[in-house]
Design a protein around this ligand. Sequence first.
Ligand SMILES: Nc1ncnc2c1ncn2[C@@H]1O[C@H](COP(=O)(O)OP(=O)(O)OP(=O)(O)O)[C@@H](O)[C@H]1O
Ligand SMILES: [Mg+2]
Length: 277
Amino acid sequence: MRSTVSGVGYNITRALTTLGHEVRFLSQVGADLAGEMVRQAMAASGTEVAGVLPTLQETPQSVILYAGAGQRQIHVDLKDAQERPYPPHLFTVALAPCELAVLCNVNWNRPFLPQARQAGKLVATDVHTIHELDDPYNRDFMAAAHILFMSNERLPCVPAEWAKRLQQRYGTPIIVIGLGQAGAMLAVLADECLVEIPAVYTRPVVNTIGAGDALFSAFLHSYLHTRDPYQALQTAVVFASYKIGAAGAAEGFLRANELAAWAQRQLPALPLGKFHA
Ligand SMILES: Nc1ncnc2c1ncn2[C@@H]1O[C@H](COP(=O)(O)OP(=O)(O)OP(=O)(O)O)[C@@H](O)[C@H]1O
Ligand SMILES: [Mg+2]
């Protein structure tokens, strides 16, 4: 049994920071013992704490059970996080110098979706275990995203069909669907192209918690540098594979130079299972 600090925003912040990016991390925790743990962990890892406000009644917590082969079962308690707004002026100040807004699908980000787009920023989000095209909770996130991630775990149809439906409904430029140990699927609207990238092996799997966040982070990292979504996803499966060799969701991230070295060793040649939609 271990207790670690994690959460989608924190995991992505740690991953992108480790990869060399400057991140303005905005979040909320409780003014409680768990919130103090978050602050200590952030300070110890050198994460900027200014945007993490002690404004919740309690800090959200989850219990993750994981088995020998790395499968995991997640129980999440968000406490009052979904009812609390994030101060708009702090978002506006944080957004200004940023190239990309990674808006996790927590409720307080909803008003920031149109704001980030109007400011001309690239918007990326992850809707996790989505299973409905018109999901009332997630549709604002899906409609606003230039880069949209999700898991295949609860899709109502095969991922290729789902990607096409999303493109027709929301006109999403870049869609990535995590396929677990099978890898990930990429749909690029402008190219009318669907690609499946297989998972790779870098080291033994300990816990797959945070695999999706790692894939998302490394994709963004590579995409910001290259603007090439195909290369970005090939790099991302390497980063995700290495990450799941660690137990915690915010641990096991490669630095940019380490990732580049692993990617050279692991990358299968392009085009891989590439076919037209
Ligand atoms: N058992 C595994 N072996 C190798 N790679 C894996 C394994 N599980 C996940 N991965 C890698 O991690 C990536 C993301 O995992 P996955 O598709 O499960 O994410 P997700 O379902 O979107 O999010 P979550 O982390 O909530 O499961 C995969 O695309 C794959 O590259
Ligand atoms: Mg998954």
